[in-house]
Write a protein of this length. Sequence first.
Length: 372
Amino acid sequence: MNVRALALINVAAIQRNVERLRRELKPGAGLCAVVKADGYGHGGRACARAALAGGATWLAVASAQEARRLREHAVQAPILVMGALSPDELEIALAARGDVVAWDERFVEAVAALGGGSVHVKLDTGMGRLGTRDPAQATRVAKVAAAAPGVRLAGAMTHFATADERDDPFLYEQLARFEDWVTPLREAHPRMVVHAANSAATLRDAATHFDLVRTGVAIYGLDPFGEDPAEHDLEPALELHTRVAAVKAVAVGESVGYGRRFVAPAPTRVATLPIGYGDGVRRALSDNADVLVGGERRALVGTVSMDNVTVDVRAAGAVAVGDDAVLIGRQGAERILAEELARRLGTINYEITCALLARVPREYHRDGEPLP
Ligand SMILES: *Cc1c(COP(=O)(O)O)cnc(C)c1O
């Protein structure tokens, strides 16, 4: 490896994860691949292509700019722009032929004033963020959308707050509220696409699938329940590699790194790896992570700095400058999941991959074969 740090993304894994999720779907339901936040840090365009190759029929993003970027790269699939949009952003989203989400009549009028577009009405059944809590209001918005010139009532949606908590019954409260609202609405508008499920709901219960599921985290091979993606036959698509840049002997009482957080209790050897919080490796992993070097787990010791981390390679065989080091992924028989780092940091796997900064180049491959 000739760069200091590299995110390797296997697009074949994303394609297979989508195929695998589609096998889970209620007959007739489609899959919308959520590629917001640059594909959860994996790279939006490449992931969108891989998901479409796996049979996704829709894409979803959060922002108008994300939709525009996909269109600039010749992505033709329908794109749902899920986020709230300012007037300027609405214009960008519609120009990108993005479907937009509405919960108030004035927004639908703004869509019409901009020449029209496709609208999905959102009922807030308990997430408490976007959408209207009032089913009558949501129905009024749908009526306005169906009648406004140039506007198409394309969908009806909601979003679950607790689908990832397996035993939490709130999912079913939300589902009941959504069904009460959407059932009569869909009778009046049978061509509407009805959608509610995120990855966790998709895996938890086919009753949440409706016409389309909006799966994000699972298509990247991350476990929506934060445990082990293999339990759901999902393959992690991203590996984070760096290299051994220096190895040095550290005598008893000598320290390594900022603040002298690590002081050698016994003679040891420490490898420096050129990756740090300036790449998205969080400083809270100081003295709190393992790294794979030479096919074994080694303890990250001392403080994570902006550009480097240090690893105790005392027990290692011959660790040499230039050796591969893995922060997320496999090496030999060992593996480190994003879920493991999330647990150590008290966060979720989503945040681990989204946190990878632009300084880390993304390299795409298909089961080890470089992409053309
Ligand atoms: C991000 C998002 C999703 C995808 O959620 P995952 O848990 O990643 O599957 C679905 N719907 C909405 C509205 C979202 O914001």
